[in-house]
Design a protein around this ligand. Sequence first.
Ligand code: NSS
Length: 426
Amino acid sequence: MLERATHTIKDLWSLEEGTEVSLYGWVRNKREHGDLIFIDLRDGTGIIQVSAKRENVPNFEKVKTIGREYAIFVSGKVVNDRRAPRGREIRAGSIEIVAKSEPFPIKKGAGKKFLLDMRHLHIRSIKVSAVMRVRSEVCNVAREWLRKEGFVEIHAPSIITMAVEGGATLFPIDYFGERAYLTQSSQFYEEAAITGLGKVYTLQPSFRAEMSRTRRHLTEFWHLECEMAFSTHEDVMNLEERLISHIAESISELEELSVINRKFEPPQRPFERISYDEAIEILKEEGYEIEWGEDFGAEAERHLSMMFDRPVFVTGFPKSTRAFYHMLSEENPEVTLSSDLIAPEGYGEITTGGQRIHDYESLLKRIEEEGLNPEDYSWYLELRKYGMPPHSGFGLGIERLIAWICGLEHVRDACLFPRTPSRVRP
Ligand code: NSS
């Protein structure tokens, strides 16, 4: 039987002094001063100092045996004391051990690889918890906002047979003797769903078998994708700008950001917009060698990202840099109606979006031009035979957005249990 706790730590700050409380938590730290013991207790909602005096706590000798990461049950009074962090502590009347801990293997100054190997234990750290709370809030805020905007959340399959973003990054799986893959994007299912629902979004994992060992690549990431019927590339950029501004403003108010020492100013609107052509001009002036028709490459994109103080849309990518489904510009059919949104401070691309080809013949032509087999895309093509209007959408990498908002070194720090080319456990 577990005794019932009266409070969690986040409740304690607003209570009247002297209130009797009882709560569960884990020992972050213990200091002994003779007949007085201090414990920093955390419970997932906050941290509070607990003081235990021999004269007040009957099992004082037992309390002395408590170590780091023990789970304990504390009863006592809330007392103001300016020496305590945030000016409050619990004066314990009793402390019970709920679960013992062996000496905790993670010590101050532990190396990055060790911490990743020990991720199952490291995620209880205050900083990781703060990032995970930000992550949870980012998803909540995005969902609430999209719902108000009339988007319907749909759930697409993760086991698929069709490459959305090119065959090179597909993870193959054996589906009872048939070759299937893990999804790279829910976009094609969303394109099917808009004909029934109008505006849809998905928030679920996408997979990329990418050997890219960069600060921005995961093999499994969470993908927020939106798709709208009767819309253009312009509409989708406006949607992205409004959504990301809203998320940034909401999250900038969270106290978790100060826990991780991040000063985050939500970006001013409107976001900058430059064309791909302008971007390569700028990059050439900065000494990068890029030919028209090539992707920027990670370093050049990072450089571009450092040159702006707010997110910047780069529009009109050449079709050579994009997947087959992108709508081509009427003025210049070498150019797609698409954009990347580049976050500042070197974080780089956080979204890709654009208008899709909605006409059957044009899509078939692009599939053939790219050397793909139309049969592999049969149902996706068929959608174009039954009243498919102009439509657009985008995909946003949740970890990349969080890395920027939280000022993280690597997207894996935005994941509870990251998956990268070199890491599939814990
Ligand atoms: O490949 S994307 O650029 N575009 C798509 O998948 C479209 N089908 C999305 C759509 O229009 N519905 O990926 C979109 C975003 C990209 O901007 C990144 O923010 C993120 O998804 N992304 C990644 N994050 C982490 N790791 C990897 N490997 C990764 N790949 C894409």
